[in-house]
Design a protein around this ligand. Structure first.
Ligand code: NAP
Length: 482
């Protein structure tokens, strides 16, 4: 087992502004959530650093807008190659600061490369269209075309659970569109973004096009959100913070990728050999701290017994351990407070009659993979976002009832549905009010180029570089009389 971390504590890790490291007087120590081992000390942005970042990003935005689509794509391609070169270093950094098992951190780095690839493709494919002006009576003798122009500075505010790839889902399309970026990563996981900054330098990104300011969300994040010189805020995180950002952003553009409470529906003809192991992974990967992690499973009564037997067996077999140990499948939550919250929700469900079929125990920031049966649907562990390694099981007789229950509440990011019946699949997919319906797999499925985002309270706008680039550009019509 190799569990050494990747950064030395000797030096403070600086912010990255205007293509340069910037030291500030306030610092924060980043530790491995699993056991509290310090990883590095990182600088936090003060007001002067933030002002400096905005000034640098203004210059960066001009430089990016002046690049051709080809040049932007080439830079993104170089970033992808450099990320592939340094993949293991990034994986160890992600595992250390977020507590994600190293196997999953490696997958995140692979996915990050896909996000950069799709961003380069989005740059190359960015285009407008010819508008048939003479399709209406006022258009006779006129021509119209649309072009997509950059917005300026994009503020990217990201959560702790995917420190690399969720940042790249904003940085990649923003740069592809010709914008500059000020990135505010989670105060718990700033090291990956700061390491990525050095890679943008190596890739030849213009000065000021990517800037990283770290620190507390309520201070640094809020400062960015309220600053009118920033043209857009693209945020991934919780619903309450998303609501605040929208309230403070005024008329500026906002994309919100928010929380969810993901369900999986399993029909009697589902392929259990495929879906049970997928459901185990989709429920307990990164201790359930994935926005589309399986939280509720709706089982048709015919297969419920068999599914539960296999699923519980799978949950119990997962190996808990240090995030840098290659054999670890489940490590810890981001901190003890979050683990205590989940423990309290489990105990509340237990007190109301739920049966614990697996797990249910907390040690420090780690919660054992937990499976609950007979959970009352109005309890937080079932109806709010658990964001922890806990799954509630429910049974149904008629698919319509399961759909109705899954559609109740305010969340609407992704949902999974398993059936071999084409007609059932289409009917159900149309009836489910979600941004994405994943047929014959878990809701946690995501390919990085696909459109991704929430219906209802789970968000506004879509990610996936081809879709995000539309949110990050201004559509301009040029109409002239010939
Ligand atoms: P969070 O607490 O909402 O924080 C997200 C980011 O917002 C962090 O960088 C945070 O900074 C910052 N922030 C906090 N308060 C702010 C404010 N008043 N103004 C501006 N920024 C502020 O979320 P989290 O706990 O890191 O992540 C978990 C949540 O993210 C879950 O709800 C999950 O579902 C959601 N999520 C959604 C998706 C998706 O694609 N839909 C993907 C992943 C995660 P600090 O952390 O430094 O305070």
């Amino acid at each position: 087992m190799a569990t050494s971390t990747v950064m030395e504590l000797k030096e403070e890790v600086p912010l990255w502004i205007g293509d340069q490291p910037v030291i500030t007087s306030t610092t924060r120590t980043i530790s491995i959530p699993y056991d509290g081992t310090p990883v590095a000390t990182v600088c936090e942005a003060d007001e002067s650093a933030l002002e400096r970042a905005v000034a640098a990003a203004e210059e960066g935005a001009k430089a990016m807008a002046a690049l051709t689509l080809y040049e932007r794509a080439e830079i993104l391609d170089r970033m992808r190659a450099l990320l592939a070169r340094d993949a293991e270093e990034f994986a160890r950094l992600i595992a250390s600061e977020s507590g994600k098992p190293i196997r999953e951190a490696r997958t995140e780095v692979d996915r990050g490369q896909q996000t950069l690839l799709a961003s380069a493709d989005a740059a190359r494919g960015l285009h407008g269209e010819v508008v048939p002006m003479d399709a209406g009576p006022a258009g006779k003798g006129r021509w119209g075309i649309t072009v997509r122009e950059p917005l300026g500075i994009v503020a990217a505010i990201t959560p702790f659970n995917f420190p690399l790839n969720l940042g790249l889902h904003k940085i990649g399309p923003a740069l592809a569109a010709g914008n500059s970026v000020i990135h505010k990563p989670s105060e718990n996981t700033p090291l990956t973004a700061l390491r990525f900054a050095s890679l943008t330098h190596e890739a030849g990104l213009p000065r000021g096009a990517y800037n990283v300011v770290t620190g507390d969300g309520e201070k640094v994040g809020d400062w960015l959100v309220r600053n009118d010189r920033l043209a857009m805020i693209t945020f991934t995180g919780s619903i309450p913070v998303g609501e605040q950002i929208r309230a403070h952003a005024g008329l500026r553009r906002v994309t919100l990728e928010l929380g969810n409470n993901s369900s999986l529906i399993v029909e009697p003809d589902a392929d259990l050999d495929f879906i049970v192991p997928r459901a185990v992974t989709g429920s307990f990967a990164h201790s359930g701290q994935v926005c589309v992690s399986v939280q509720n499973i709706y089982l048709h009564e015919v297969i419920a017994g068999e599914f539960i037997r296999r699923f519980v067996e799978g949950a119990r077999a997962l190996k808990i351990g240090h995030p840098l140990d290659d054999s670890t499948e489940v490590s810890s939550m981001i901190d003890v407070d979050q683990a205590r919250r989940v423990e309290q929700w489990i105990n509340e469900a237990r007190g109301a009659g739920a049966r614990v079929l697996a797990g249910g125990v907390r040690r420090g920031a780690t919660i054992e993979p937990t499976v609950l049966d007979d959970v009352l649907p109005h309890l937080p562990i079932s109806c709010q976002e658990a964001f922890g390694p806990v799954v509630s099981l429910h049974r149904y007789t008629h698919l319509e009832d399961a759909i109705e229950r899954v559609n109740s509440g305010n969340y609407g990011l992704q949902v999974g549905l398993c059936t071999q019946n084409l007609q059932t699949a289409f009917r159900a997919a149309r009836a489910l009010h979600y941004g994405g319906v994943i047929v014959n797999d878990v809701p946690a499925y995501r390919a990085d180029h696909m459109p991704y985002g929430g219906a209802r309270h789970s968000g506004i706008g879509r990610e996936g570089p081809r879709y995000a680039i539309e949110e990050m550009t201004e559509l301009k019509l040029i109409c002239w009389r010939a």
